[in-house]
Write a protein that binds this ligand. Structure first.
Ligand SMILES: Nc1ncnc2c1ncn2[C@@H]1O[C@H](COP(=O)(O)OP(=O)(O)OP(=O)(O)O)[C@@H](O)[C@H]1O
Ligand SMILES: [Mg+2]
Length: 154
């Protein structure tokens, strides 16, 4: 587990961008943390790193997932904020995307409950000042350890 502190939205985006460049397809990135900690900001950075127009990325308010296919890899952007129970995830046929050939990013991944994929890169975001955020990065599974190491290199 490593913590990176960012001091602006663009610094948070830059880490997302760097992460995206390390992805080969099939990654699951689990974002957790309070409202306004920068999860969507981070996803915009991932989009940019995949050569997807980041301006298109916002929270999927009325659906559970937004799909962007015009980049280097497909981006599956989930937001579980409105999920009431994990079983609802089954309703969107999520397996196809979560375990697909793109990059799956999940905001409010804590709501996966027991359906949490065992292997994932977990990033917990927390406020640590008006413009400061702590990004706590934990790799679950071998493939994610390498990614986490590169991301956390000074
Ligand atoms: N270091 C930082 N990193 C990311 N966002 C920051 C930072 N400093 C300030 N901000 C601001 O915090 C807000 C983060 O909003 P964002 O929508 O990304 O959060 P979120 O975690 O997705 O929230 P929600 O839980 O509502 O989906 C933005 O207004 C952004 O400008
Ligand atoms: Mg959000």
């Amino acid at each position: 587990m490593k913590v990176i502190t960012t001091h602006s939205p663009s610094e948070t985006q830059a880490i997302g961008e760097q992460l995206a460049k390390l992805c080969k397809g099939g990654e699951i990135i689990c974002l957790s943390g309070d409202l306004g900690t920068g999860k969507t900001t981070f996803v915009k950075g991932i989009a940019r790193g995949l050569k997807i127009d980041e301006k298109k990325v916002n929270s999927p308010t009325f659906v559970i997932m937004n799909l962007y296919e015009e980049g280097r890899l497909p981006l599956y952007h989930f937001d579980f904020y409105r999920l009431e129970k994990p079983e609802e995830i089954g309703g969107v046929g999520y397996d196809e995307f979560l375990y697909g050939n793109g990059v799956a990013v999940i905001e409010w991944s804590e709501r996966f409950g027991a359906l949490m994929p065992p292997e994932n890169l977990a990033i917990h975001l927390a406020h640590s000042g008006d413009h400061d955020r702590g990004l706590k990065i934990t790799a679950h599974g071998e493939r994610y350890k390498k990614i986490a190491e590169v991301l956390c290199r000074p």
